[in-house]
Design a protein around this ligand. Structure first.
Ligand code: HAM
Length: 450
């Protein structure tokens, strides 16, 4: 049997419901923040990622899915979303728009050839935002507030926001020189990756998992001592805006991020949940004030973040939060015998056209079998279609919970069901005790376990 590639997964059943719920919530959330939806290709010219994400990053140097297309062009499956959105911003001349800032959001699959493990996949889904055209720290705070708000709406409690500043180009240049000077005598102690980073991007030495316990790492100069006045001011203002929004955060001086494009603010939101595992960064991002010009656009500041669906869903699982409604059927339409299949099918279609979630029998079940199937599908109402119904145009509609039966004229079926389903829904609201904003009530029970 052919199996799925390593590091990928199939979506079906309950997981599918959860993802659908999450994406609906993201859609609504992004509308309220007034961001516009963008979609870019899943593959792009390899050079976009080499130049955009950075030659020395792990993502580009070790993890890309590269291929040649049939025209012998070098292509790469996107390992992240920012480079593609920046390319699109430039190519579609969004920088010329009068309604700056341009605030965009996206979701879709990303590909990295990593060692598969919990929370780390080779194909994974990201939701992200990229905002162009303002250097204001207010926008950094807005971007950070998006995942924080999302997690609040989902009911996820165990999270921690970490922020840091990498400074502007001037600060980074000063810091780079200080790092080179500091690590020079210890070069032989560093791992082979860090030796390479020393010449290409010394800042990333601080990010090294292998060398993190070396004394020379602990004694390394601190970035905060090299921040320019304007970078310090930017960072202080960001903190004030976060405080104004009531967002708790910690400053983590070791947070440098694995991508090359960041300047000024960087941040991560971690799952602070017992037993979550080491891949606990739920989302990450920061400011990139030079990426647009680096990719041949006009100088335009940018800021954004991305979060991984898989990690959010496992954090929710750890906190015992189930998303998504039971996939209840409103009406199940049953033929009394095979000769009424056509009439049944037509009524099913009419009900669907009127917005009812409607199911019928496709397997030629007998009446008992159909009642059982209706129960499996959690059908609220049953409609029987037989000889009398066809002749008299009066249908028997049965409430599948109370078993009450009603005789309803064909012309009034839609109106009748509308009314009855609304009654059911409001009685369900009355039962719900949990007070959770996004609660989905099922016969007085609630899917949100607090
Ligand atoms: P990143 O830190 O590489 O940043 O990824 C962002 C998030 O994607 C991570 O925090 C994690 O939740 C998820 N993620 C990354 N790799 C994997 C994987 N192999 N399996 C599962 N989940 C994963 C970026 O991608 C930047 N483009 C973020 C950004 C946007 N910065 C500015 N704008």
């Amino acid at each position: 049997m052919i199996q799925k590639p390593k590091g990928t997964y199939d979506v079906f059943g309950d997981y599918g419901k959860q993802i659908k719920y999450l994406e609906n919530l993201l859609n609504t959330l992004m509308d309220t923040y007034h961001y516009e939806y963008v979609r870019t290709p899943i593959f792009e010219s390899s050079s976009l990622f080499h130049r955009g994400v950075g030659e020395t990053t792990d993502i580009v140097s070790k993890e890309t899915y590269d291929f040649k297309d049939r025209g012998d062009r070098d292509m790469t499956l996107r390992p992240e979303g920012t480079a593609g959105v920046v390319r699109s911003f430039i190519e579609n001349k969004m920088y010329a728009r009068a309604d700056m800032p341009v605030k965009t959001w996206y979701y879709g699959p990303m590909f990295r050839y990593e060692r598969p493990q919990a929370g780390r996949f080779r194909e994974f889904y990201q939701f992200g935002v990229e905002v162009f055209g303002t250097p204001s720290p207010m926008m950094d705070a807005e971007v950070i507030s998006i995942p924080v708000t999302l997690f609040r709406l989902l009911g996820l409690k165990g999270i921690q926001v970490k922020i840091n500043s990498l400074g502007d180009q001037e600060s980074r240049e000063l810091y780079r020189t200080a790092l080179l000077k500091h690590f020079q005598p210890y070069l032989s102690e560093l791992c082979s990756d860090c030796k390479e980073r020393y010449s290409k991007n010394p800042l990333r030495i601080l990010d090294c998992k292998k060398d993190k316990d070396l004394q020379c790492m602990k004694d390394a100069p601190k970035l905060s001592d090299y921040l320019s006045e304007s970078s310090k001011k930017h960072f202080e203002q960001l903190k004030q805006y976060l405080e104004a929004l009531g967002i708790d955060y910690v400053v983590d001086e070791h947070l440098v991020r694995g991508l090359d494009y960041y300047t000024e603010t960087v941040f991560e939101v971690e799952a602070d949940i017992q037993g979550f595992g080491s891949n606990n960064v739920l989302c990450a991002g920061g400011r990139y004030n030079h990426l647009v010009e680096h990719l041949d656009g006009p100088q335009t500041p940018g800021v954004g973040f991305a979060l991984g669906y898989e990690r959010i869903l496992s954090a929710l699982e750890k906190e015992e939060i189930t998303l998504g409604e039971e996939n209840k059927v409103d009406v199940y339409v049953i033929p009394m015998s095979e000769e009424f299949n056509g009439k049944t099918f037509a009524l099913t279609q009419t009900l669907r056209m009127n917005g009812f979630i409607t199911e019928t029998d496709y397997l030629g079940r007998n009446l008992k079998g159909n009642f059982k199937q209706a129960d499996r599908l959690l059908a609220s109402f049953l409609i029987l279609v037989g000889e009398d119904e066809e002749k008299e145009h009066i249908y028997t509609i049965k409430n599948n919970q109370t078993k009450e039966e009603y005789q309803v004229d064909q012309d009034y079926i839609v109106m009748f069901l509308d009314e009855k389903l609304q009654e059911l829904e409001s009685s369900c609201d009355d039962h719900c005790q949990c007070g959770h904003h996004e609660c989905h009530c099922k016969e007085g029970g609630c899917h949100h376990h607090e």
